[in-house]
Every structure is written in C-alpha cells, then in structure tokens.
Design a protein around this ligand. Structure first.
Ligand SMILES: NC(=O)c1ccc[n+]([C@@H]2O[C@H](COP(=O)([O-])OP(=O)(O)OC[C@H]3O[C@@H](n4cnc5c(N)ncnc54)[C@H](OP(=O)(O)O)[C@@H]3O)[C@@H](O)[C@H]2O)c1
Length: 289
C-alpha cells in the first residue's frame, strides 16, 4: 500500500520543490492556507483527514530582519507551531523531518559548524528556530532536524531574486564579502528530505537526530552574486563591488561564518553535497523560460 508524506509549508521554496518532486509515495502538500501551524486544531484535522505516515515541515517564519520587531509571530510559528506538530506526531506515532538554519550559530567559529557545536543565535529568527529545535528534540524521539543555509530556488523570495531585481534597476552593486556560507538549492534540500523519508517508509533503521546539509563550496554573498550575474542572461556587464558587513547594516545581525560541516549526513545516509553552481544553473534556466 502506498504511504503518505504530509508536507507543511508547501507554498515556500523548499515546500514547493517537495510538492513537485518525483516520489513513489503519496505526497500531500499543504500550504499555509490549508494548514496553519499556529492552529493546533488545523494540525489535528490534517492528521485525521490524511492519515500521514511521516511529516516534513518546510513551514517557517523566515523574515530574518522583520523578526526583530515581530517576536511573537516568529515564536508562534518557529517554536510553538513546531512543538504542536511534534506533539501530534507523537500521538500518531509517526516521525517528523524538520528544517532548521545556520542562523542558530553566532558565526564566530573559524571553521565549519558541526551538529554538536553550541548554538548562540544573533537574532530573534535564529532564537525562534533554536527553541523550536529544542522542543522537538525534547518531545519526539523519531525526528530529523536538518539545518541548512542560504536557500535559493526559482520560486519565492531569495538572494537570486533580490540580485536580479536590483540588476534590472542599476548597473553597479555593492555586496557583502565578509560573511561566509554555502548557498543551497531548495531542490537539493527536498531531495535529501525525501531520501530520508523513503528510507524510513521502506522499513530501514533511521538514526534520528540533528544533521547539517548544504551545497558546496563555501563562498560569500559577493561570490554568490558574481556567479548569479555570470549565469543569468542579460547581466554580463554588471559591476559588483565587495563591501564589509559594517558598510551594509541590517536590523538583524548575520553570522560571519555560516558554513555547515556535512560529514555526518554523508556518513550516516551517504548523502553528498550538491554543487550550488550547478544548482544555480538549473534555477537560471527555469527563470529564463
Ligand atoms: N530561506 C533561507 O535562506 C533559509 C536558510 C536556512 C534555513 N532555512 C529554513 O528552511 C526552511 C524552508 O525555508 P524556505 O526558504 O523554503 O522558506 P519560505 O520560502 O519562506 O517558506 C516558508 C513557508 O512557510 C509558510 N508559513 C509561514 N507561516 C506559516 C504558518 N503559520 N503555517 C503554515 N505555513 C506557514 C510560508 O507561507 P507564507 O508565504 O504565506 O508566509 C511559506 O510558504 C525553513 O525552516 C527555514 O527556516 C531557510
């Protein structure tokens, strides 16, 4: 009998890629309009209606700067919504695959972050995600927390869209070059989540816990912007100037080092890091259509 994978946050970047992915299982993508994570009754109703075998949570409050003055909403979704989802999973005795972020770290480590490194978020978004992680760990044994970074896709809001939008208005841009991280396609994240879900649904033993996954190699926002303008059609004359974080102040501080070490997921699940340069090529091809 085919098994059901319920996807929360199906309208987002990762949620969308999950919804359109090839799977031998029955994918049940629910957008915010169909399942609001801040409404426990809606979670209960979705579980009753769809009888899922596993949940993937791609829903989140992701507005890093706005979170600084929308504490309540950020915590309602990223902490309380996750706790309610974990509770429903426990009752139904099914696992939850949940996404988290590099922003749980403060970025002061000189090398890549491993899963056991101490968390110390710099802002409200990171704090809300960190507390969501903690509540999930404490309440549901069968969980995977997949931390990722710098997510991009051809849909939704992301750095590529911002760059191309600015590139349409200006011929010179100044981009931060002292924050290190790994851009990661929503498509590759969806593939990783579905691979883990598939392993579980085919009866294989799963090592539950926290994992890091991002594309490779590491770069800076400046390096990412350079590659975006090199690959997207019509921006080859764009001038990009590297600047420091202090020259581009934002309401929420960003970690200087966002690089996630992905050795654990490689060892446990044999999952290798995709190349963000190649993934960007796929996104640019879609945007060109
Ligand atoms: N974006 C990044 O650079 C990044 C980096 C590291 C980790 N992550 C993590 O990766 C995951 C997926 O990120 P993403 O980039 O795909 O995010 P996204 O594009 O912002 O999508 C998040 C989705 O969650 C939905 N949502 C918000 N509040 C909700 C609620 N109360 N109930 C149900 N759905 C709700 C949003 O709907 P609306 O659009 O209607 O608000 C949106 O469709 C998140 O856990 C995020 O924290 C993202």
């Amino acid at each position: 009998m085919s098994k059901s994978i319920l996807i929360c946050g199906a309208g987002g970047q990762v949620g969308h890629e999950l919804s359109i992915a090839d799977s031998q299982h029955n994918l049940v993508p629910l957008s915010r309009e169909q399942l609001d994570m801040t409404e426990p009754m809606q979670i209960e109703a979705a579980f009753a209606a769809h009888q899922p075998d596993i949940i993937i949570n791609a829903a989140a409050y992701t507005q890093v700067d706005r979170a600084e003055h929308e504490h309540e909403l950020a915590f309602a979704i990223n902490r309380d919504g996750v706790a309610d989802l974990a509770h429903a999973c426990k009752e139904a005795e099914i696992p939850l695959l949940h996404l988290s972020t590099d922003y749980v770290f403060d970025g002061s480590k000189p090398s890549a972050y491993v899963e056991t490194d101490a968390t110390a978020p710099l802002g409200i978004y990171g704090e809300s995600k960190m507390t969501g992680e903690a509540l999930l760990r404490a309440s549901l044994r069968q969980h995977v927390i997949l931390r990722t970074s710098w997510v991009f896709s051809s849909t939704g809001h992301n750095f590529i869209k911002t760059m191309l939008g600015l590139g349409n208005q200006r011929d010179e841009l100044s981009i931060v070059d002292d924050q290190q991280g790994c851009p990661t396609s929503a498509r590759s994240i969806a593939n990783v989540l579905l691979l883990i879900a598939d392993r579980y649904l085919s009866g294989k033993n799963i090592e539950w816990g926290t994992y890091h996954y991002c594309n490779q190699p590491a770069t800076t926002w400046f390096g990412f912007a350079q590659e975006i303008f090199a690959q997207a059609s019509g921006y080859q004359d764009m001038l990009i100037r590297p600047i420091t974080t202090s020259e581009y102040p934002t309401p929420a501080a960003r970690p200087a080092n966002s690089i996630l070490d992905c050795e654990k997921i490689a060892t446990v699940f044999a999952i290798r890091q995709a190349s963000w340069v190649e993934e960007l090529g796929l996104v640019c091809a879609k945007l060109d259509k």
